[in-house]
Design a protein around this ligand. Structure first.
Ligand SMILES: Cc1ncc(COP(=O)(O)O)c(C=O)c1O
Length: 437
């Protein structure tokens, strides 16, 4: 890693002292810790002035890149008019209307502040609507940090389906008893589990593109059919895929319409806002009038729900995403990166797969493309992390071993520079003695 200034290290020391090791699960080793000062377009700059091409993009939200002028302008305008009201505003209404126009399953929208809240409430809505308790999720699927979500997301070994393995300490055992886990892309196992537990299942929740593992042909439509047969709600967690794989999200891209969907990240272009959307009849269980009528209410509220600054950022983001050619550009740039990296690996005889769909990808060191979490577990993760660290050392801001996000700000010049770094990073890991065995 290039040398860092005394000031950089002092910031890190102060941060550690009051914030612990990190803000999130994104933890770089001390040797590679980076403290960012600002971002513009596809680039971020650290406190020493060193520039990186950014493939973290705030963990996905920055689909237009950093500090896009339309978002800066919209947020500044709204900030001068007030930042929060705890009631309806034109910005929140217009954003909800736009989600309804864009997303096939959306008739009614509820705003929250994070993707975790969105999936938490989607599950609560499903339980209220169906009067059932259990939910089924997929091994390796991430739905945020609440107790029902952190089940078999990162198990160190293949699962004992359908028994979940909590990913965090501090989750009551009783919560685990309400979650079933199936294998991604395994329709037969999922069918068996759904048929065995049909009467107690409120929902099946999945990421329609699970992390970077695409759905097998017929898998999502199979889930749709099975859930419909048994009166179970199908929830697509589109926090990553929403407005990224297509304007209408994964449900548009894959042509399968769920009952409920959750959104976050790209929806509000880097400002804190997320949403649950779905059919009117289902979403109506969140209507506070139900309490007075003595009907079951799925309680959904939050101080900053539909925050006008974030809603203004969302409207500005979606206006850019609606312009012709935007998704073609996002796909084209990503495809160049993926194809270029595959060629570099092939020329060096390195078994490497670039998985994902749309403007996101993940580098996996394996002979074959993994189709589910257990196949991903067999890939060489250490090598993926070392590759990521080698990229960081050479000026790419990445989360080693994890997904890379691409934005509209990434240019063909960025692609060329990135491929040069990828080549040098592959050479660097090839030269490591441990890999010559
Ligand atoms: C698919 C998916 N769902 C939910 C979440 C949780 O979102 P948040 O971090 O905003 O709580 C994430 C976050 O990465 C995600 O990738």
């Amino acid at each position: 890693m290039p040398r860092r200034s005394v000031a950089h290290d002092e910031w890190l020391r102060r941060g550690r002292s009051v914030l612990g090791s990190s803000l999130t699960s994104f933890v770089l080793p001390d040797s590679h810790a980076i403290l960012l000062s600002h971002g513009l377009g596809s680039r971020v700059v650290d406190v020493d002035g060193r520039e990186y091409i950014d493939y973290v993009l705030g963990s996905g939200p920055l689909i237009l890149g950093h500090a896009h002028p339309a978002i800066v302008e919209a947020v500044s305008r709204q900030a001068a008019l007030g930042s929060t009201f705890y009631t309806l505003t034109p910005a929140a209404i217009e954003l909800a209307e736009e989600i309804v126009r864009a997303v096939p399953c959306a008739e009614v929208v509820k705003f929250v502040s994070s993707g975790s809240e969105a999936t938490f409430h989607a599950l609560r809505i499903a339980r209220t609507y169906t009067g059932r308790t259990k939910v089924l999720k997929f091994e390796g699927g991430f739905h945020g940090t609440h107790d029902y979500a952190l089940m078999s997301t990162f198990p160190p070994e293949p699962s004992d389906y359908p028994v979940p393995r909590p990913d965090s300490a501090g989750i009551p055992a009783q919560v685990a008893e309400t979650v079933l886990v199936s294998r991604w892309n395994d329709l037969e196992l999922t069918r068996t589990l759904i048929e065995q537990h049909a009467d107690e299942l409120a929902a099946v929740i999945c990421e329609p593109l699970q992390r970077a593992l695409p759905p097998a042909l017929g898998f999502l439509s199979g889930l749709r059919e099975l859930t419909q047969q048994h009166g179970i709600l199908l929830i697509f967690d589109e926090v990553v895929t929403g407005f990224r794989l297509a304007y209408g999200g994964a449900q548009e891209r894959y042509g399968v319409v769920p009952d409920l969907a959750t959104f976050g990240k790209a929806l509000s272009g880097g400002y804190p806002l997320a949403a649950v959307a779905g059919r009117r009849e289902i979403m109506s269980v969140t209507d506070f009038g139900r309490r007075a009528r003595g009907e079951p209410l799925a309680y959904l509220s939050g101080t900053l729900n539909g925050n006008p600054l974030a809603a203004a950022a969302g409207l500005a983001t979606l206006a850019v995403l609606r312009q012709p050619g935007v998704y073609e550009q996002l796909y084209r740039i990503t495809e160049r990166l993926k194809a270029g990296l595959r060629e570099l690996a092939a020329a060096r005889g390195i078994p490497l797969q670039v998985i994902g769909d749309g403007p996101l990808f993940q580098v996996v060191f394996a002979e074959e493309e993994p189709r589910d979490y257990s196949e991903l577990l067999r890939a060489d993760r250490d090598r993926a992390v070392r590759f990521g660290l080698a990229c960081l050392e050479r000026g790419l801001f990445v989360n080693p071993g994890e997904k890379c996000y691409v934005s509209l700000a990434h240019s063909d010049e960025d692609v060329e520079r990135t491929l040069e770094v990828f080549a040098a990073a592959l050479d660097a890991i090839l030269a490591e003695p441990s890999l010559l065995r």
